[in-house]
Design a binder for this molecule. Structure first.
Ligand SMILES: [Zn+2]
Length: 79
């Protein structure tokens, strides 16, 4: 499992079956999907390059965006 998805699961849990407006979990996963789609082509090239260099296969831009998202949109019910 990729680190971003694992972070998503840790913070928000499994995505809802149906999208619900105003649901922070749905919004988080939608953002995740958007980020993945937006970065898919560039990230594939990036991944190929990083694998060749034996570096961690994660686009820092995605990690930064998700971290930002987690900080800004984290639900209040953290234990
Ligand atoms: Zn939801």
């Amino acid at each position: 499992m990729n680190p971003i998805k694992r972070a998503m699961l840790e913070y928000w849990g499994e995505r809802c079956e149906d999208y619900e407006e105003g649901c922070v979990v749905c919004d988080a996963w939608r953002e995740y999907d958007n980020l993945v789609m937006d970065n898919k082509i560039a990230n594939n090239l990036f991944l190929q390059e990083m694998v060749l260099r034996n570096a961690p296969p994660l686009d820092p831009a995605i990690r930064t965006a998700i971290n930002k998202l987690i900080v800004e949109r984290k639900p209040n019910d953290d234990n």
